[in-house]
Design a protein. Structure first.
Length: 143
């Protein structure tokens, strides 16, 4: 392994394939499926920073459905994303729960809100059209 990294798990044709645990010297850990040396299938990735991702992987990138948990400094701040991914980014339908009680439910494109979604804050709901993470038009408000 390179630079103090380690791998314990299955191999096929001298390549990581099947189930395994990969530990990077800098503290990240991945436990889950591998296919020809790349993260593939269901897996759990814990970053040295404390961020966690549990979900599907394809070709070494987050793909399809997964859950992200973030840390803020030395303590978990409570943000959670449940939804679809493509090429390692939030893509498709998902819901993001902010640690302060706000939430956004709707479509994502390239890690940002894009399309018609519902933003909830301070007991109110706002259905809006989002483009590249910016509200372009409020369509309805209630609550």
């Amino acid at each position: 392994m390179r630079h103090g990294n380690s791998y314990e798990g299955d191999y096929k044709d001298d390549k990581k394939s099947g189930r395994g645990v990969y530990r990077w010297a800098h503290g990240d850990v991945y436990e889950g499926g591998f296919l020809e040396e790349k993260k593939h299938g269901l897996g759990f990735y814990k970053y040295a920073s404390g961020k966690i991702y549990y979900g599907e992987w394809s070709n070494d990138k987050k793909h399809e459905f997964g859950v992200n948990l973030w840390k803020d400094g030395s303590e978990y701040n409570g943000d959670v994303y449940l939804g679809q991914h493509r090429d390692g980014k939030k893509e498709g339908e998902g819901i993001y729960f902010y640690h302060d009680g706000r939430s956004f439910q709707g479509p994502w494109k390239g890690d940002i809100q894009h399309g018609v979604g519902v933003f909830t804050y301070a007991g109110k709901k706002e259905k809006s059209l989002w483009e590249n993470g910016i509200v372009k038009q409020v369509l309805e408000t209630w609550g």
